[in-house]
Every structure is written in C-alpha cells, then in structure tokens.
Ligand binder design. Structure first.
Ligand code: SF4
Length: 490
C-alpha cells in the first residue's frame, strides 16, 4: 500500500483519500479550438475528469486560453493539462493558462549530458517551478521508456532503475525547492516492465519518506481486446496493490473509447471499490501427461483452436495409461459481469495470480462466450504478461495532436495482414517526434512523417523515407520479406 498526499489540480484533488481520477488526451489539432473543445466535451460527458492537450509550440500554448474560454462559456470546468515535449519555453507559457503541465525530464537536461559526463539539469526547470508556484499549476513529471537521457542510459541502461533514477533527479529538485504540486509517472508499452518500474518507484519514494501521487498508464498499448488487456493488467494490478491516483488507458482508437475501460478499472480496483465476486477465481488441480514441460497451458471447457486442452480431454487422462503430473492452474468463473467488462477484469485477476503465485495454466469459464473466445482471452492475457507468445505484438500510440496520418486505419490493416507472426513486434506511431524512442522495442515500425506520409523502420534504423501512408502496410510487408523475417499464415 502506498499512501500518497493530495495534489490540487484545478477544481479536484489527485491522491490522498480522493477517488482515482480518470483522464485522457485529445487527438485534435490544438489550433482547431472548436474541434478540441468538442472532443473535450465528448470526453467529459463519458466520465473523463482531466483532459490533456498536445502543446507543441508557443502558438498552441497560447491557444490554450481560447480553448479554456470556450469551455467555460459552455459551462465546462474540467482541469486541462498541457502536454509539452522538447521546448521548456512552451511549458512556461502553458503553465500560466492551464491547471497542470506534463513535462518530459529528457527535455530539461543541458547539452553537457552527453553520456558519461555529469549531467546537468538546466535552470529552465527551476524557472518552470517558479511559474507553477505563482500560478498554482501542478506538474506531472512523466518518464517514458525510450526517452531516457544518454547519461542515465550510460549509468543504468534501459532498465526500470534507469527510469526511476531519471525521475528521482527531478523529484529531488522539486523537493529542495519546496514545490509540492507534483505527480509522477513512469510508462512503458511493456506491461511487466511498467509494473516493475512503478513498484520500484514506490519503494524509492517510501525509502525517502516522499509521497507524491502517481499517474498510471501503459503507453502504446494498441487497440481492441489486446490493447485493453495490456492496459488493464498494468493499471489494474497496481491499483489492486493500492498504487495509483490517476489513470489513463491509452488506446489507438478514438479517445472516448478509453473512458469506459478506465472507469471499470477504477470502480473494480480503485481505493473505494466495493465490487467483488463478479468473477470467482481460485486455483484448481488438474492431471496432465507427465511429458508436458512447457507452461503455462490454456484450458477451455470444450475443444478450441485457441487452447491446449479441453476439460473433457482431462477426464480421459486416467484411462490413457500414461504417467501423469498434477499441476495447479488458475480457474476463473464468470458470475455476473457483462461480456465487454469480462476480459478486462479477468485479465487483472489473472495478473495477480500469475505474478504472485505462478500457476501452470489458466482455465476461464463464462457461459456467455464461446470456447474459442475464451481461449483467445487467455492467449491475450498470457501474451500481455510475457508468459506465452502466440501472436504478433502490436505497439501503437493512442494518437494526439501531433498525429498527421490515419493511424487507426493503418493499424487495422496491419493487424488484419500480419497478426499470425508470433514473436514479431510491429509498431505504428503517429509522429517522428516521440515515435522512434517509444517504439524502441519493436522489430519494425510505421511512423507518421507528415500529412499522409510515413517512414518505415527496422528496429531503430530508418529504412524507407517519406512514402504515402496508404501504401504503408504493403511496403512494410515487402520490407519484412526482404529482411527475411516474413512467415506465411498457416
Ligand atoms: Fe502523439 Fe507522437 Fe506520442 Fe503518437 S507517438 S501519441 S503522435 S506524441
């Protein structure tokens, strides 16, 4: 359990005993005031309590005034957050107009931070603290995997410790300055890494007697059921341990689609939750052939192409004459939860079991879903936990005002044509500003390069430049074939 202190953000508090706050981010052009306001209203109507807005330059920072004014004219008081990367001057303007500014520590290192030299955090950070103090503006210091400074990478590598150290340098400065309106985040697209990093962050804060609220999210989780499951596991597992004060479910879909998932996680695992027993979960013993040594296994009630065994098969083991072994598997059984919510809650309950008790298989029962659907949910859960890889992993950003390609359609086409390549990680990222760093784990990637133009990457190397986005998937498949990594679907 982590007891955070409360931080005021506009008309609400984050942390302390206050309910978990649900947030999201607009995907509109910030200079398009009407479209941005419309999307904010849509998010608020769906239950979003804080809205973040892409703020790339001074013009966009200044336009936050018009956005706020139009919202106020329409009677909307939702706290706004300026999402600033790269330009500390932009953060300083935005901090005068909105309730919170999100900054990336990587943008506050001086040029001396070139590897093994002592890094220097620029005075610009102190200047931002001064402005935020005078304007009662909160700051989120958000470290993302893939945007660590050279010095942090040199000293700690690309590790949970590196992410936490990167954040703690800035926490120390805030602490020494006496600036307390701070919220912290460490995000990655790898769910296990995200959980591990947040647990490490909490233990470092507790060692130091610090208690800043924590923002949780899995970046670039992708879309559809697997994107929801990735986010649910990272956020839900930590909420179930009493960690997390504000959450964002990042989906490569319309932003409003994130809100029901976030609300469900808050209602089920947040600090005020009283929901339980909608899904029963326990460990059961099953008997399987002694020769089997690869785990975890997937069980369904009847036969399914997505499972290893049907429970009916198991009954035959006593009669097959083979030597058996008894294993413990996780058994989840739906009692009263609807079909949309079921995979999300089931995935968090599974994560708790697999992380803490390491069962050797999973068996999900839900009479409202087919065995194929249940087997698929189990596959998605095990893949998100990194325990068993059965399909291509897709890393896709949730889009924002920096996106200039139709990312959602590109991702849909890519998934339709390449989902069968277990072990391969493919990324679709909306911009080249943050995309290359944040898709660091991917084997191949499509990155937005400008209006309807993309670059193609193999790992961190740009392979094809500036091609039309409507041929992106076809060209990426050609590139994968040329590099010898393509496999035909069965
Ligand atoms: Fe926005 Fe670029 Fe991040 Fe995508 S990768 S969410 S476009 S900043």
């Amino acid at each position: 359990m982590y007891y955070s202190k409360k931080v005021k953000v506009g008309n609400l508090y984050i942390g302390g005993n206050h309910p978990i706050v649900v947030q999201s981010m607009t995907a509109t052009n910030t200079m398009d005031t009407e479209a941005t306001v419309d999307q904010i209203i849509e998010l608020v109507d769906a239950g979003c309590e804080i809205v973040r807005i892409t703020t790339r330059n001074k013009k966009e920072a200044t336009n936050l005034v018009s956005i706020k004014k139009l919202l106020n004219n329409k009677g909307i008081e939702v706290p706004l957050v300026a999402d600033v990367h790269f330009n500390p001057d932009v953060a300083e303007i935005a901090a005068k107009h909105v309730e919170k500014v999100r900054i990336n520590p990587g943008n506050y290192y001086s040029k001396a931070d070139d590897g093994d030299s002592e890094g220097v955090i620029s005075d610009k950070f102190l200047s931002l603290l001064e402005i935020c103090s005078s304007n009662d503006t909160a700051i989120r210091i958000g470290v993302n995997h893939g945007s660590l400074s050279k010095r942090i990478l040199y000293n700690y590598g690309d590790t949970p410790l590196g992410m936490v150290e990167s954040l703690m340098e800035f926490v120390d400065i805030c602490d020494n300055y006496g600036f307390i309106n701070v919220i912290l985040s460490v995000k990655t697209s790898n769910v296990k890494f995200m959980i591990e990093t947040n647990l490490l962050l909490v233990s470092r804060l507790q060692e130091r007697g610090l208690s800043y609220p924590i923002h949780l999210g899995v970046t670039e989780a992708g879309s559809d059921e697997e994107g929801r499951i990735k986010s649910a596991i990272g956020i839900g597992y930590l909420l179930s341990k009493g960690i997390g004060d504000t959450i964002r479910v990042s989906l490569a879909e319309t932003p409003v689609a994130e809100i029901p998932v976030a609300k469900l996680l808050k209602d089920y695992f947040g600090r005020e939750s009283t929901i339980n027993n909608q899904i029963l979960y326990k460990e059961i013993d099953v008997s399987i052939d002694n020769q089997i040594s690869t785990f975890p296994l997937i069980f369904t009630f009847g036969k399914s192409e997505n499972s290893d065994f049907s429970m009916g098969d198991l009954n035959n083991f006593d009669e097959d004459g083979n030597v058996h072994q008894e294993i413990k598997i996780l058994h989840l059984e739906n009692r009263s939860i609807n079909n949309d919510s079921f995979p999300i809650i089931a995935s968090v309950l599974s994560a708790i079991s697999f992380i803490e008790r390491k069962p050797k298989g999973i068996y999900i029962e839900n009479t409202n879903l087919s065995d194929d659907e249940l087997g698929k949910i189990s596959q998605n859960i095990l893949q998100a936990l990194g325990l068993r890889i059965t399909q291509t992993e897709f890393i896709a950003c949730p889009t924002c005002g920096r996106t200039s390609i139709n990312l959602v359609d590109i991702l849909k086409e890519l998934k339709a044509r390449t989902s069968h390549m277990a072990g391969l990680k493919l990324a679709v990222m909306g911009c080249i500003v943050n995309g290359p760093g944040e898709m660091a784990d991917a084997h191949y990637g499509i990155l937005g390069a400008g209006p309807n133009r993309v670059h193609l990457y193999k790992g961190k190397t740009q392979m094809i430049k500036n091609i039309p986005s409507d041929s992106a998937v076809k060209s990426l498949i050609s590139l994968i074939k040329k590099c010898g990594d393509w496999v035909d679907p069965n």
